[in-house]
Design a protein around this ligand. Sequence first.
Ligand code: HEM
Length: 391
Amino acid sequence: MGVSFSLYDHAIHADPYPVYERMREEAPVYRNDAEDFWALTRHADVAEALRDHARFSSANGVLLEPALWGPEAHRFGSFLAMDPPRHTRLRGLVSRGFTPRRVAELEERIRVIARRHLEPALEGGSFDLVADYAARLPMDVISELAGVPEGDRAELRRLADLIVHREEGVRDLPAAGIEAMFTLAGYFADLIAERRDRRRDDLASALLGVADGDARLTEEEILGVLFLLVAAGNETTANLIGNAWHCAWRHLDRPAAAFARIEDWIEETLRLEPASQGIARTAVDGFTLHGVAVPPEARVLLLIGSANRDPRVFPDPDRLDLDRDTSAKVAFGVGRHYCLGAGLARLEARVALEELAAHVTGFEVDEAAARRVHSPNVRGFASLPTTVTLR
Ligand code: HEM
């Protein structure tokens, strides 16, 4: 029987890797008629398409769900859903506010936020690594970066959760998620208006202050950028932390051994279980690859999760190997759209895992009670019940 891959199949969400392997070998240019997309799975093909923004456009967005696809995608996706020259201008201006220095300066604040969530969780010795810890951290960090006051952060976390929540059987964003998107946009619009009158030391103020003559950012553009940071940097980072935890437990004889190799642990998790499994493009003029002709304007899914396990690049790809050279992984994308938050994601994951390592000598995951996120492109856990041995 031919290989079959759907964005909404829960069995595939549970374990997509055997399906990816068959796609790489039997159907490297895979077609799903019902959901109207093509998929590339080999590392070389995925990397090449990510690099080639002229033939593989981001102008309809990068997520295939109906509410998120189309020429209006930039309204919520900002420059993630744009091609050069619009992308170049906006990303360039945002990079000036989102500097490595601004990110590095966040380390101590991230540690304070991490401890605030971790300490109550550790008290009983058993907690939910994702719901009680990993999922709380990134949105608070984005709030810190953007300049959201502490009193509003719990509400922002609630809205962000609604936006990423998916319902079984619904092949699109649920209505509550769409409503939350508008509420969050309204909140950010108010924040920007406030900062216009009174600047502070935060990203919203820095974006307002980007002085570049006529090229300066409009308030609508700043709103789109703040929204993009939530959409791109919240659930992905939570899942990186959860996936790292699960990978160590699943693959290592003594999971806590990973505490001695935190940076390698993060990099190998990004390869083995990337939080963002696939990113879509529009094949502007169509193309022919491996003997298959893909028509102009086709929706093409680039399966990062498969590229990162292509044995042509990563020998014995299903094994967690902390000594492996992971530099060819495509977990943060490639080329012009390379993740702007990669440094922040790595910093958050490192701090989150260092704080666990400081308190814990061993841990167990209750796999039977764990719950996966069911999303067409996000890989991770909604719940990861854990028991720890404290120092
Ligand atoms: C483990 C965590 C993360 C993963 C796996 C991840 C993954 C990615 C990927 C694959 C892309 C490329 C999209 C494309 O080519 O169309 C991307 C872009 C982006 N990411 Fe991340 N991301 C993570 C964390 C973050 C964080 C923490 C932020 C910021 C708060 C962030 C902000 C962005 C932005 C702004 C872009 C758009 C870049 C552009 O279009 O030029 N990401 N991310």
